[in-house]
Design a protein around this ligand. Structure first.
Ligand code: HEM
Length: 455
């Protein structure tokens, strides 16, 4: 293999001036669990830690009351940070702030109202059925497969069918690989360090990352070009088309529409998929939980498929999803940029500081969660009373919290229930699986599985 010296990459996720790149310096230590160093830092230096990395001041927060301060109380003074992720999200709403953000979010919000979920469920079920057919074939051959790829393709199918009224007009396995090529910032960093040190014997992937983004950019136009499945009028895509045609909202142009789709196909699939994949891992390690999910499904919907009215009764399955997101929060840290001087926990915050809210740290803090390393879905069965507010942040908090969080719980609860009722997934990877804390908390090298079909 050769070293390619020309580093004219078009992407920015792993660039040295990106926060994602800088954070890798803080996550050295246990390469299988980069969160441990951050947890140790929090134990040692307290709840507000300011560090200078290169020319950048990064402030780490680990206390729920400080999360509330930034995300709720002073939300307008802390804006979004998206530098390295622009190629992924374009100018979609997730990247904006203030009035523009509001103008873009408002017309789409109704698509995520819980009243809509009953309309989406038949399409979630269609996608789950397709996945079950595939797993049935995989069970016959006993072929090992990558769980995150399986759950990503399922999540993408659910979004396309339910929210866009389309079948996936792209090869989801191929697009999944592009997504992963771009986001593996740890690899970007490792590669660049070796280049700087003049080592030999590896190849660069930065061109691949740029290519991956080109392919990614071609996905939303393909969705728009695809014929609708049923000409449904109440879909997210219809809402987007309506606002594009509205002269009163000139900011919401065709490019905005394309970028909104990019956002949904990433923010709405990667996170949902990671949650379901980690849930498969945890339930394969806790067969009693998998059995309880099967029994709950049997009691609630028996031999038919679950309907909207069954969702609330799938309390244990939902608790497994909630507990999975506590242990493996897909978004392990929320990032903002301070726009004004402030004081948090007695420490000075300067305009321009990158503020990182360490959600994973709060989720694993014994102050808020007894025996935090234990997988205990039962802790969710009595509701959320007694929990410290803002100590659980899988979907963020305040006005910028996840638009699709509640919907993803429906998707994942139904998928986990139905897939486990028919299959017994067996985890084949190393124990415990390592993970990298890039933008998302991603299993290192994936989660290898095999499935058996239950009789
Ligand atoms: C387990 C699944 C999911 C997790 C863990 C998750 C997590 C998050 C988090 C933490 C944020 C806030 C980030 C911040 O404050 O910096 C967010 C925002 C967002 N999420 Fe999700 N998400 C999930 C599923 C979804 C789904 C299913 C969709 C849509 C189909 C979605 C679309 C969005 C959008 C559009 C935003 C930006 C909202 C705004 O800026 O106003 N997410 N998500």
């Amino acid at each position: 293999m050769t070293i390619q010296q020309n580093l004219s990459h078009t992407q920015g996720l792993g660039e040295t001036n990106s926060i994602w790149f800088k954070l890798t310096a803080l996550t050295k230590g246990n390469p299988e669990n980069p969160m441990q160093t951050l947890q140790m830092m929090a134990d040692r230096y307290g709840p507000v830690i300011a560090v200078n990395i290169a020319d950048q001041r990064v402030v780490f927060l680990t206390e729920p009351e400080h999360f509330k301060h930034v995300l709720v109380t002073k939300a307008d003074d802390y804006i979004k940070y998206f530098d390295g992720l622009k190629p992924v999200f374009g100018k979609s709403m997730i990247t904006h702030d203030g009035v523009l953000w509001q103008k873009i979010r408002m017309p789409q919000q109704p698509a995520f109202h819980p009243d809509m979920f009953a309309e989406y469920i038949p399409y979630f079920l269609q996608a789950i059925r397709t996945k079950m057919d595939l797993w049935s074939k995989l069970a016959e051959t006993g072929e090992p497969f990558e769980m995150v790829e399986q759950t990503w393709t399922l999540a993408a199918d659910m979004i396309c069918k339910a929210l866009f009224d389309r079948d996936m007009p792209f090869n989801p396995h191929f697009v999944f690989k592009c997504v992963k090529t771009y986001t593996d910032v740890m690899e970007h960093k490792a590669i660049r360090m070796r280049v700087l040190q003049g080592e030999d014997g590896f190849s660069l992937t930065e061109e691949n990352a740029a290519k991956a983004m080109e392919i990614w950019a071609s996905v939303p136009p393909a969705v728009f070009a695809q014929n609708p499945n049923e000409e449904r009028q109440r879909t997210l895509l219809k809402m987007i088309e309506t606002v594009v045609a509205d002269p009163e909202v000139p900011e919401f142009d065709q490019q905005q529409a394309i970028d909104e789709l990019k956002q949904y196909l990433w923010a709405g699939t990667e996170t949902t998929a990671l949650t379901l994949a980690w849930a498969m891992y945890l339930t394969s390690k806790h067969p009693e939980a998998a059995d309880r999910i099967r029994k709950e499904g049997e009691t609630v919907y028996g031999d038919r498929e679950p309907a909207a009215a069954d969702y609330s009764a799938l309390a244990y399955t939902r608790a497994v999803i909630q507990e999975t997101m506590r242990i493996y929060p897909p978004i392990w840290g929320l990032i903002r940029v301070a726009t004004k001087a402030d004081v948090i926990g007695g420490k000075e915050i300067k305009p321009g500081d990158r503020v990182v809210m360490f959600a994973y740290g709060a989720h694993h803090n014994p102050k808020f969660w007894p025996d935090p390393e234990e997988f205990r879905p039962e802790r969710w069965m009595g509701g959320t009373k007694g929990q410290v507010k803002y100590s659980y942040l899988p979907f963020g908090a305040g006005k910028r919290s996840c638009i699709g969080g509640a919907m993803s719980q429906v998707e994942n609860t139904l998928a986990l229930s139905m897939l486990l009722r028919r299959f017994r997934p067996e985890y084949l990877g190393k124990e415990p699986p390592g993970f990298s804390g890039t933008v998302t908390l991603t299993p290192k090298g994936g989660l290898k599985f095999r499935v058996r079909e239950l009789s």
